[in-house]
Design a protein around this ligand. Structure first.
Ligand code: TXA
Ligand code: MG
Length: 321
């Protein structure tokens, strides 16, 4: 992977050219792959919604490579600067008051914009090369599980987009933590790799960890009850005793069972939460391709990135009820 000082590769230069000309393409981040367009070009941004089948009421995150670019699209107060200082580049998205250059199509007409500085060298280099902020949702058809490899992006969107930059498997495997900075108290809109404790510690104040969800006007439509879902039936469990003995589908455990059976799968060898998050969407996607009877998946413990794992699992489950 290129570092800060390496020359851009041919693939990078082609991708940059597509972005500058109003094209769209897959980009790697440390969380999941994004589907990017020039955030300052409304007709390019429109193509993202069309490729994903995403409703225009669902605003996008804008990705930047440095603080100058971040401050050119949104207003940062002292708290926002504190979090940027502590967690960027990294898997934190802040909802901030937007500046004029960001159009309604990006923000769904809201007066706020979601801003994030991703920590993946390829995408940082793409943003530096184009000198453009990139609007990018996760690169999956709307409502489906997010992609964590370039192959996932090609499989589902390959025919509809101009390029995919391959940056390997995404390190975190679940989408960024989203914090609304413009409300009082500040709100956790989506749990992610950075746990709420770390945010509160950095801010020196409590945030609302489970803001009331308004299904008609959700503050983050990704927070809709049913989202991030596979096609197959998915049922959650805590204790394996909850699974009917005659169940013939696949079972996903958080850690390797002592004596695994034929259709048993696990997200980690020993229950390490980061490893579980890293593998979650990849495994669900793989099983979803051929599952006949659907699958059971064990909940994570409710702390750290386990909060994000359980959040995504419960949305995936709800869809089928
Ligand atoms: O890790 C991530 O955040 C990935 C990578 C590609 O950066 N992106 C991602 O984007 O997950 P997306 O579009 O799948 O989810 C962004 C969420 C959506 O639920 C959207 O509704 C919410 O952020 N959002 C965006 N702008 C917002 C705003 N101004 N106010 C409230 N929510 C907003
Ligand atoms: Mg998404």
């Amino acid at each position: 992977m290129p570092n800060k000082f390496q020359q851009p590769s041919q693939a990078m230069l082609e991708a940059a050219d597509f972005i500058c000309k109003g094209g769209i393409g897959g980009i790697p981040t440390e969380t999941v792959y994004g589907l990017a367009a020039n955030a300052l070009n409304p007709s390019a941004v429109r193509k993202i919604f069309e490729a994903k089948g995403r409703p225009f009421i669902d605003p996008l995150i804008v990705h930047v490579c440095d603080m100058d670019m971040a401050e050119s699209i949104a207003y940062f107060d002292a708290d926002a600067k504190k979090l940027a200082d502590k967690f960027w580049p990294g898997p934190l998205t802040m909802i901030l008051k937007r500046r004029e250059c960001i159009s309604d199509i990006v923000t769904a007409g809201l007066d706020t914009v979601a801003v994030r500085m991703p920590a993946h060298p390829i995408t940082s280099q793409l943003i530096r090369t184009t000198k453009l902020p990139l609007a990018a949702p996760s690169a999956n058809p709307f409502g489906y599980v997010s992609p964590t490899t370039a192959a996932h992006v090609r499989e589902q969107l390959g025919g509809k987009i101009d390029f995919v930059l391959d940056g390997g498997e995404c390190k975190c495997g679940v989408e960024s933590t989203i914090v609304m900075m413009t409300s009082s108290p500040k709100k956790l809109l989506r749990p992610g790799p950075i746990p709420p404790d770390a945010i509160e510690k950095a801010l020196g104040e409590a945030i609302d960890r489970s803001p009331k969800k308004n299904e008609a006007h959700p503050e983050a439509p990704g927070m809709l009850k049913s989202h991030y879902a596979p096609k197959s039936r998915l049922i959650l469990f805590d204790d394996p005793a909850e699974i009917p003995p005659d169940f013939e589908g696949e079972i996903i455990y958080q850690k390797r069972p002592d004596s695994p059976k034929k259709r048993d799968y696990w997200l980690s060898e020993n229950g390490g939460q980061e490893e579980c998050a890293h593998n979650l969407f990849k495994l669900i996607r793989a099983l979803d391709k051929n599952s006949k009877f659907g699958f059971y998946c064990q909940r994570a413990s409710n702390s750290g990135i386990g909060l994000a794992i359980n959040d995504r699992l419960s949305r995936a489950e709800t869809k089928l009820k």
